[in-house]
Design a binder for this molecule. Structure first.
Ligand code: NAD
Length: 331
C-alpha cells in the first residue's frame, strides 16, 4: 500500500523540544516505528518556555521533506496536544537537579501526569496506547493511568526497553556475538538501579546465555552493575543524559507493541500488574511480555532462583514505596 493510501496515525510526543524528543521525532517521521508505508501526524507538546525551540524542531522536520509526515501540531495546550491521538510518548518532565532526591522528583513530576492522563481520557482516540519515558517512568505511568478515567489500564506502559537493550549489548559483547543474537532478556521491576535484568532466561542464538557465558559471578557482578549504572556513566562521559538510545528504545517498545514479538520471544515493558509473580496488583511493573497487534501478555511460568527472588523483592518494595509517595495523586 502506498504511504498516501493509509490513514495517518496521530502520534503525540511531549517534551518534543528536549533531548530525547529531538532524537525521537525525526525517527518517527522517517518511518522507523510504524513502517515505511504508515503516514503520521506529529503532535508535539511543550511547556510555554519550550515553544520557541519547538518551532525550530518543526522547521527542521519540514526541511527533511519526510514523505510520511502528513502534518504537525505544535502546542502547549494539553487538550490540543492529545486530540485524536493514537500513540502517545510521554517524555517531557522536570529533570532531577542536584538538590533533589528521588522522592522530591516524584513529587515534582507527578502532577504533570495527572493533567496528561486526564487530557488523554478526554481527547485521545479510542485505540490510544501510551508509553511513559519521563522519570520516574513507572510511577508517572501509574499516575497517568489513574487519572485517565475510562481508558483501560492496559494502555499505559513505562519504558524499560533501554535497560533491556543495554543488557543485550553487554551480553553480546561478552559472548563475542551481535546484539541481534541475544533475545529474551527480561527487565523486572522499576526503571531505576534496583531493576533486575534476568540473565537466567536470556538466550544467545536460541541457547541459554548462561551456557555460553558460564560465569555467574560476571552476571551477578559487572553485568548487573553496568546495566544499572549505565545512565550515570553516559552522563559522566557525554556531559548529558542518554537521549538517542532512549529515543531508540521508545521506538523499539512501541514497534514491538504494534507489530508483535517474534514467536517464542519476549521483550520488557512496564505494565499494570494483575498480581503475576507475587507483585502487588495495580503497580506498573516491568515484566517480560509477548505482544501482538497492540495487545500484550505477561510471560508466565518463568522460574526464579534465590538471587532473582531477592532482587525482584527489592525492586517491588521500591515501587510500593513510590506508590505511597504519590498516594494523593491516585484519586
Ligand atoms: N525510561 C528511560 O529509560 C529514560 C531514559 C532516559 C531519560 N529518561 C527521562 O526522560 C525525560 C526526558 O529527558 P530529556 O533528556 O529529553 O530531558 P530534557 O530536559 O532535555 O527535555 C525535557 C523536555 O520536556 C519539556 N517539558 C517539561 N515539562 C513538560 C510538560 N509538563 N509538558 C510537556 N513538556 C514538558 C521541557 O521543556 C523539555 O523540552 C527525563 O525525565 C529523563 O529522566 C527516561
Amino acid at each position: 500500500m502506498k504511504a498516501s493510501q493509509k490513514a495517518p496515525l496521530h502520534v503525540c510526543v511531549t517534551g518534543a523540544a528536549g533531548n530525547i524528543g529531538y532524537a525521537l521525532v525525526f525517527r518517527l517521521a522517517s518511518g522507523d516505528c510504524y513502517g515505511k508505508d504508515q503516514p503520521i501526524v506529529l503532535h508535539m507538546l511543550e511547556i510555554p518556555t519550550g515553544m520557541k525551540a519547538l518551532e525550530g524542531v518543526a522547521m527542521e522536520l519540514s526541511d527533511c521533506a519526510f514523505p510520511l509526515l502528513h502534518g504537525m501540531v505544535l502546542t502547549d495546550d494539553l487538550n490540543t496536544g492529545f486530540d485524536g491521538v493514537n500513540q502517545a510518548f510521554l517524555v517531557g518532565s522536570r529533570p532531577r537537579t542536584k538538590d533533589m532526591n528521588r522522592a522530591d522528583l516524584i513529587k515534582a513530576n507527578g502532577p504533570i501526569f495527572v493533567g496528561q492522563g486526564k487530557a488523554i481520557a478526554a481527547r485521545a482516540a479510542s485505540d490510544v496506547r501510551v508509553i511513559v519515558v519521563g522519570n520516574p517512568c513507572n510511577t508517572n505511568a501509574l499516575i497517568a493511568m489513574h487519572a485517565a478515567k475510562g481508558v483501560s489500564p492496559d494502555r499505559f506502559h513505562a519504558m524499560t526497553r533501554l535497560d533491556e537493550n543495554r543488557a543485550k549489548a553487554q551480553i553480546a559483547t561478552k559472548a563475542g556475538v551481535l546484539p541481534g543474537d541475544v533475545t529474551n532478556v527480561g527487565i523486572w521491576g522499576n526503571h531505576s538501579d534496583t531493576m533486575y535484568p534476568d540473565y537466567v532466561h536470556a538466550k544467545i542464538g536460541g541457547r541459554p546465555a548462561t551456557e555460553i557465558i558460564p560465569e555467574e559471578s560476571w552476571f551477578q557482578g559487572d553485568f548487573l552493575k553496568t546495566v544499572a549504572t549505565r545512565g550515570k556513566a553516559i552522563i559522566e562521559a557525554r556531559g548529558a543524559s542518554s537521549a538517542a538510545s532512549a529515543a531508540s528504545a521508545a521506538i523499539d517498545h512501541m514497534a514491538a507493541l504494534s507489530n508483535g514479538t517474534p514467536e517464542g520471544q519476549f521483550t520488557s515493558m512496564g505494565v499494570c500488574s494483575d498480581g503475576q509473580y507475587g507483585v502487588p496488583k495495580g503497580l506498573i511493573f516491568s515484566y517480560p511480555v509477548a505482544a501482538c497487534n497492540g495487545e500484550w501478555k505477561i510471560v508466565e511460568g518463568l522460574e526464579h532462583g534465590a538471587f532473582a527472588q531477592q532482587k525482584i523483592a527489592a525492586t517491588t518494595a521500591e515501587l510500593v514505596s513510590e506508590r505511597e509517595t504519590v498516594a494523593d495523586l491516585l484519586g
